[in-house]
Design a protein around this ligand. Structure first.
Ligand code: TXA
Ligand code: MG
Length: 368
C-alpha cells in the first residue's frame, strides 16, 4: 500500500480494486500522470475521468459548490457506487480529467483498499476502469494484467470486485428537484428516487439508445410520465436540461467476435431462435458461443461451442457480478459468433442490459 501510494505521488499509474470494477489511478492534479492514463488505455481524450476521494472533506476542494440534492445523495450513497457530476473548481484537477467540461465527476468508492490508497496518496485520484479502451471492464486483478501489463507501474490485487459493473453516473437538475442518470450502474434509479424524494430521469442514451425519449422513475418507484423525463426544470423558450456523459457514445465492452442479443416472448421462443442461429453459424464454420442465465443453461446443451452461464435470474446482482468476466471468456475461447439472452431490465438489470447492448453493438434479434 505504501509503495502504491508513493508511486501515485510520483506521477505513476497504479490499478486498484473498488467495489464496482478495478480502476486505473493517477494523481488527478498531475497533468503528466493523467495523460498517462489516456495513453495506457488508448482512451479518446474527450472522455472525462471520474475523480475518487476517500473523505468528504476532499470534495469542497474539487468543486465550486455542492447543491442540497447532490449533498443528500452523497450522504446516502457514499462510500458507494454513485458518481456525482458537479461544477468543477477551476484549477482543482488537471484539465485532462474533465476533458474541458466545466463539471467534474466525483465518487467515494466503498472498498477498503481504494479508500486506504487514496488516503495514503493524499491526493484526489483520477481513475477510469482499468481495461484497454473498448474491452470489458476488469473485475479481477488478472483482467487488468491481461490488458495493461507493461503499461502501468503496478496493480493492487484485492480479489474479485463486488458489484461487477461501474458506478451510476448522475447529475442533479438545475431546479434542484430532479436527478438525471447519465450512466446506469450499481445504484438503481429506484434507489436514487427513494433517497432524493424526487423523480429520476434516465437518459435514452443510458438505456442503450433504444428508447431515445428516456424514462423516469418517481420516488415511489413507479414510472413517471415520459414527457417529463428530459425536460425537467426548463422554462418556455429555454433548451431543456439534457446532461450528457461523453463516454456513453463510445463502443464498450465488446468481445472480439460478433455478439448479438436475443429477446422474445418466452424463454423457449428465445432458445429456439438462438439454437437455430447457432446451428446456422456453426455450419458456416463459425466458432459459436452463447451467454445465458443459469436457469436456461439446459436449453443450450450442445448447441454452441461455449455456453457461458452468467448469474441467475433469481439473483440479478449475480449477473452484474459475472458479466464482464463472462464476456472475456468468449475471447479466451476464440468464439467468432456469439448470442446473449436479453435479461430483465428491473433494478440492476438496467445497467446489465446497458452494458450488454453496447457489447452487442446494439444488435438485437426478436424471437416470436
Ligand atoms: O465504477 C466506476 O465508476 C469505475 C471505478 C474505477 O470507479 N470507473 C469508471 O470510469 O467506470 P470510466 O472512466 O470507465 O467511466 C467514467 C464515465 C464515463 O462515461 C464518462 O464519460 C463519465 O463517467 N464522466 C466523467 N466525467 C464526467 C462529467 N464531467 N460529466 C459527465 N460525465 C462524465
Ligand atoms: Mg470504463
Amino acid at each position: 500500500m505504501r509503495e502504491a501510494a508513493g508511486l501515485l505521488r510520483q506521477g505513476e499509474l497504479v490499478a486498484f480494486p473498488t467495489e464496482t470494477v478495478y480502476g486505473l489511478g493517477a494523481d488527478a492534479t498531475n497533468t503528466e500522470a493523467v495523460a498517462g492514463i489516456f495513453r495506457a488505455k488508448g482512451r479518446p481524450s474527450d472522455n472525462p475521468l471520474i475523480v475518487h476521494i476517500s473523505d468528504l472533506s476532499m470534495l469542497d476542494g474539487l468543486v465550486l459548490q455542492v447543491d442540497a440534492l447532490s449533498r443528500r445523495l452523497a450522504e446516502v450513497f457514499w462510500p458507494g457506487p454513485l458518481t456525482l457530476v458537479l461544477p468543477v473548481r477551476p484549477g482543482a484537477v488537471s484539465p485532462l480529467v474533465t476533458a474541458g467540461l466545466d463539471t467534474v465527476a466525483v465518487r467515494m468508492p466503498d472498498h477498503p483498499v481504494a479508500l486506504a490508497l487514496i488516503a495514503a496518496a493524499g491526493c484526489p485520484v483520477a481513475a477510469p476502469s482499468a481495461n484497454r479502451s473498448g474491452r470489458p471492464s476488469p473485475t479481477l486483478a488478472e483482467h487488468v494484467r491481461e490488458d495493461l501489463e507493461g503499461r502501468i507501474a503496478g496493480i493492487l490485487d484485492g480479489g474479485a470486485t463486488g458489484v461487477g459493473l461501474e458506478s451510476t453516473v448522475a447529475e442533479a437538475g438545475p431546479d434542484g428537484r430532479s436527478v438525471h442518470v447519465l450512466r446506469p450502474g450499481g445504484v438503481t434509479p429506484a434507489e436514487l428516487a427513494a433517497a432524493a424524494g424526487c423523480d429520476v430521469a434516465v437518459a435514452g442514451e443510458a438505456r442503450g439508445g433504444v428508447d431515445p425519449a428516456g424514462a423516469a422513475v418517481r420516488p415511489d418507484g413507479l414510472p413517471a410520465p415520459q414527457a417529463e423525463a428530459g425536460a425537467r426544470g426548463h422554462r418556455p423558450g429555454e433548451e431543456p436540461f439534457r446532461p450528457k456523459s461523453p463516454g456513453m457514445k463510445y463502443t464498450h465492452y465488446a468481445p472480439k467476435g460478433r455478439l448479438t442479443l436475443v429477446r422474445g416472448s418466452s424463454p423457449e421462443a428465445v432458445a429456439a431462435r438462438a439454437v437455430q442461429e447457432l446451428d446456422r453459424a456453426r455450419s458456416e464454420g463459425e466458432r459459436t458461443g452463447v451467454l445465458v442465465p443459469e436457469e436456461h443453461a439446459h436449453l443450450y446443451r450442445g448447441a454452441a461451442d461455449l455456453v457461458v452461464v452468467c448469474g441467475s435470474l433469481a439473483d440479478p446482482g449475480s449477473t452484474a457480478q459475472e458479466l464482464f468476466a463472462a464476456l472475456r471468456r468468449f475471447d479466451e475461447a476464440g468464439t467468432t459468433f456469439m448470442l446473449a439472452e436479453a435479461f430483465p431490465e428491473e433494478g440492476i438489470g438496467l445497467a446489465v442490459m446497458n452494458r450488454l447492448r453496447k457489447a452487442a453493438g446494439h444488435r438485437v434479434l426478436e424471437a416470436e
